[in-house]
Design a protein around this ligand. Structure first.
Ligand code: G3H
Length: 532
């Protein structure tokens, strides 16, 4: 116990003790941005990047400055927009006119180059967003697999759409066409993976792309810029860096963005959508907030439930949109559940992202530990106790997980998304309590049910599938595997993402049709024969 206490107060290392392979020898100053196939040098104002990792010196402990990125202005943003729009050229540009096969060749080349960048990207991910090495590597690998699976799905889709259909005297070939210029904005918690889960399908379907890295997790995209530059024709992939107000507002207000792919808060999504002069023209693909609950029924296997709930609520410090963010436990088993949960938290390794088997690491969002402390204090004012030893203890950017019980309806954390290592537990006697919580919640992403009574689980699942998009049984909430649909109801999202669904989202159905006459059949077969 005392070793953990000491660990928290001395959790941040002296620079010289950071293993050589993970050290940042020098600052990473992102100076280039990609526009119209050109890596332009930025010499204007920059944003300094602070790591959530603090380093110790003989006199103080402070967040390490790890680099900077451009603070571009409206003028550069509009040049980027012109580049993307002219590469699309109303669907007549080189990229949207290219065959699916040729577009796949380009993405394959991008993916072929990625392994060489893994080490640098993973190191930057650890420093920029504090994600553990294991989870950073997993994010990187998952991104590559997602891209490969997207290409495989597209090949299948393309084969299926190359057939003609004859119906009611009409013959037709149904296909898919791109939508135009896509603005891709990923979140800080999965900066690479979630950006690529929209960027890759958008490109594969023939759209051109402007991508803006999240506020936190910018520098790790640097190594990719060179690859984008050499793999794609000019204007197909472009980047903007900077403040949303300066660079995103002019893009959307121009009315020339056709698809907004945004993973972040509902407040920002609403604001962005409202800026478009013709909102009905803008297709939105949104991944927003969630407050996924777990329901632990009386007969549940408690060891399993605790294992899944700990991983579900505390992997990457609870900073997953799919994290379990509130746990309802039947009051008959609440005591045993809390004891086990608390023990398991005590076994989680805390430390710096590169440390072996570490789970709990420093948090990247500014003032996040203050926000979480407020949530904990508020829950305590509303009658909850901090169940685990050292729960809620803070050292600068580090926050030790807090298990709260019994959390009541009046507490902020009962409804607010914490997006961090605080686990509110609510006792229930009547199953209607968690069910009405979910029904009345503003969010509707996923739920986890833990129990052993098949009848009870089935009737709960029947009710809950109409409230959320995925019901997990004796398993934590999660997005993967990526061939599964990922969506949210209510305020949790718009559109369904999976390797195949995303290809549909970034395209539109089109049909070439004709009356089923001998002459038209002859024209169609000539077109097909010569692959015109
Ligand atoms: O933040 C949302 C991520 O897509 C989570 O993915 O649930 O598979 O870890 P995951």
């Amino acid at each position: 116990m005392s070793s953990i206490r000491n660990n928290i107060s001395s959790i941040f290392p002296f620079e010289r003790y950071i293993p050589e392979e993970f050290r940042l020898r020098q600052q990473v100053n992102q100076k280039e941005y990609l526009v119209n196939g050109e890596l332009r040098l930025w010499d204007g104002p920059v944003q300094e990047v602070l790591s959530p990792v603090c380093v110790r010196s003989s006199s103080d402990v402070s967040q390490k400055v790890i680099g900077s990125y451009p603070l571009m202005t409206e003028s550069e943003a509009l040049q980027v927009l012109d580049a993307a729009a002219s590469a699309y050229n109303h669907g007549r540009g080189h990229w949207p006119s290219m065959s699916v096969y040729d577009r796949i060749v380009h993405i394959e080349e991008l993916i072929r180059r990625m392994p060489a960048m893994k080490k640098d990207i993973v190191r930057l991910m650890m420093w920029e967003i504090g994600k553990s090495r294991r989870e950073s590597e997993r994010e990187f690998d998952r991104t590559v697999v997602y891209a490969k699976n997207s290409m495989a799905a597209l090949r299948g889709m393309d084969c299926a759409s190359s057939k003609f259909i004859a119906e009611q005297g009409i013959i037709g070939r149904i296909g898919r066409a791109p939508l135009g210029v896509v603005l891709c904005m990923g979140p800080f918690n999965f900066p690479l993976y979630e950006t690529f889960t929209t960027l890759i399908p958008a490109l594969l379907m023939g759209n051109t792309v402007i991508f803006k890295p999240p506020k936190l997790g910018v520098l790790l995209h640097g190594p990719m810029l060179g690859a984008f530059h050499s793999v794609f024709p000019p204007g197909v992939v472009n980047t903007v860096f900077g403040e949303g107000k300066q660079v995103i507002t002019p893009l959307i207000s121009s009315g020339r963005i056709d698809v907004l792919a945004f993973i972040g808060s509902g407040r920002v999504a609403d604001l962005l959508k409202s800026m478009h002069p013709k909102p009905h023209r803008l297709r939105s693909v949104l991944g927003l907030e969630a407050k996924n609950p777990a329901i632990v029924l009386p007969g549940a296997d408690l060891d399993l439930a605790v294992k899944e709930c700990v991983a579900g609520s505390l992997s990457y410090n609870g900073q997953r949109c799919t994290a379990l963010k509130i746990v309802f436990v039947h009051s008959r088993i609440a005591g045993r559940f809390l004891d086990k949960f608390s023990d398991e938290i005590g076994k989680l390794r805390i430390g710096m992202p590169w440390e072996k088997d570490v789970t709990i690491t420093p948090l990247p969002e500014p003032r996040k530990t203050e926000f979480l402390t407020e949530l904990v204090e508020d829950a305590v004012r509303h009658g909850a106790r901090i169940i685990n030893a050292r729960g809620g203890r803070v050292n600068r950017t580090f926050f030790y997980p807090a298990l709260l019980y019994p959390v009541s309806t009046g507490a902020r954390i009962y409804e607010e998304e914490q997006f961090g290592p605080v686990v509110p537990v609510v006792p229930f006697d009547d199953i209607e309590d968690p069910v009405s919580y979910i029904t009345e919640s503003s969010y509707g992403q996923q739920v986890s049910i833990f129990g052993n009574d098949a009848g009870m689980i089935a009737s709960l699942a029947d009710v809950l599938v109409n409230q959320v998009c995925r019901v997990n049984i004796n398993s934590m909430c999660q997005r993967g595997p990526d061939i599964f649909p990922f969506a949210g109801r209510k305020d949790s999202g718009e559109g369904t993402l999976s390797v195949s669904d995303a290809l549909r989202l970034f395209s539109i159905r089109t049909i070439v049709a004709a009356r089923d006459s001998g002459a038209n059949k002859a024209i169609f077969s000539e077109i097909m024969k010569d692959r015109k």
